[in-house]
Design a protein around this ligand. Structure first.
Ligand code: MN
Length: 390
């Protein structure tokens, strides 16, 4: 499995798309900076082919939403920076109805529907944790669709800022070709996007806020526009207000935890933020848990940190979920990470997967993970997680 195999698979997917030549497609994308960059690249590239692309931003692959979208026929659906981890579910709901193209870097499941094509580079020997992002995958698709799309290379780099090891493997090649073409230029320790006059990492941080904090106030759509047109003072002000609001709730929650302490079981320390973050995307609770993991005065170094938050039932641009959900985010304090590496303790994502088997949808990695579960089963999660650890 190599880049050549990927290219062949990609060329095949594009010829299927071109044979179909839809007038309109749907792009389902993730809510973080990588997800917004992925949507922007894909939308622009399709637009250049005369294909209109509507976007739908999802924080999670909700079965109810996927079932609804795939129940219709004759559509073309893209999943970008989301979808691979649920390719099995997507193909089950699709039942051969719609051409579905997944451009993602999360751990892939196998699609059983030949109409659901997963172009995740993990299927071709690369690692989604280090070598490429969702936006990288979208950029390779865009470039194969039309070489003109090389000017979007900067967005692959912006999206890839979520990868902590820097621009490696596929990303290193994209950086080099974008530098050579003058799409980006070296500026201090960072790279400036020549056309938009903004640094790659600075655009990344702003998009993270727009997508996550601004999820319920059109942040994702605004973010896609920012990807293609850059920042202006008005949007910048909006972003600052969003960030201030989030920090304010963080301070409030932190104060509460200092007064009331986290609840504890043998291996878990946890809290419930309830509706404190109402109006913001649920990603913010994960960011808060990360921050918490460094607060030595507040958290124990030898217990998983778990934070609950209620999930609003609204999915912007789709409708209302029937069921009430909560989200749980887990972070592993640094001193515990070695025990996970050595296999003495389960990794965060394994823990959540096992503890919510049959009722939760878990995603993530060894030290950071989250799960969506029915709101009335929070305690069951804690109890079952303890069983799993024991
Ligand atoms: Mn991503």
């Amino acid at each position: 499995m190599s880049l050549q195999d990927f290219d062949r698979y990609l060329t095949n997917a594009i010829s299927i798309l071109k044979r179909k030549m839809p007038k309109e497609v749907v792009i389902i994308h993730h809510d973080d900076a990588d997800g917004l960059c992925s949507a922007a690249i894909t939308q622009k590239a399709l637009e250049r082919e005369g294909i209109k692309a509507k976007t739908l931003c999802l924080e999670k692959v909700y079965a109810e939403v996927i079932e609804d979208i795939h129940s219709k026929t004759e559509q073309t659906i893209f999943y970008v920076d989301i979808g691979s981890s649920h390719a099995d579910l997507i193909s089950e709901y699709n039942r051969g109805r719609n051409l579905t193209i997944i451009l993602d870097h999360h751990d892939p499941k196998v699609s059983k529907d030949p109409k659901v094509l997963d172009l995740n580079l993990e299927n071709f020997g690369f690692k989604g944790e280090t070598d490429f992002s969702g936006a990288t995958c979208c950029y390779l698709f865009a470039k194969a669709l039309n070489l003109e799309n090389k000017d979007l290379g900067y967005l692959a780099l912006v999206g890839s800022c979520e990868i902590p090891v820097g621009f490696k493997a596929v990303n290193e090649v994209i950086l080099e070709e974008s530098l050579k073409a003058g799409i980006v230029q070296k500026k201090g320790k960072s790279f400036e996007i020549t056309r938009l006059k903004v640094n790659v990492d600075s655009l990344f941080s702003k998009l993270q806020i727009l997508g996550a904090v601004g999820y319920y106030e059109n942040g994702p759509e605004l973010g896609i526009r920012v990807c293609l047109e850059g920042i202006n003072p008005e949007i910048d002000k909006k972003i600052n207000i969003m960030e201030e609001r989030r920090k304010e709730v963080n301070r409030k929650l932190l104060g509460m935890l200092f007064r009331e302490k986290l609840r504890e079981t043998e291996h878990i320390q946890w809290f419930d933020a309830g509706d404190l973050y109402a109006g913001m995307g649920t990603k913010v609770v994960g960011q808060f848990c990360s921050f918490l993991s460094y607060q030595a005065r507040l958290v124990k170094p030898n217990k998983y940190i778990l934070g609950f938050v209620n999930v609003p039932t609204d999915i912007p641009k789709w409708g209302k979920l029937k069921e009430k959900f909560a989200k749980a985010s887990v972070r592993v304090p640094k001193p515990m990470q070695q025990s996970i590496d050595s296999g003495r303790l389960p990794g965060a994502v394994n823990l959540l997967e096992k503890a919510t088997q049959g009722f939760g949808m878990a995603d993530g990695h060894q030290y950071a993970a989250n799960v969506i579960l029915p709101a009335d089963r929070k305690m069951e999660l804690i109890e079952k997680a303890e069983d799993v650890i024991k």
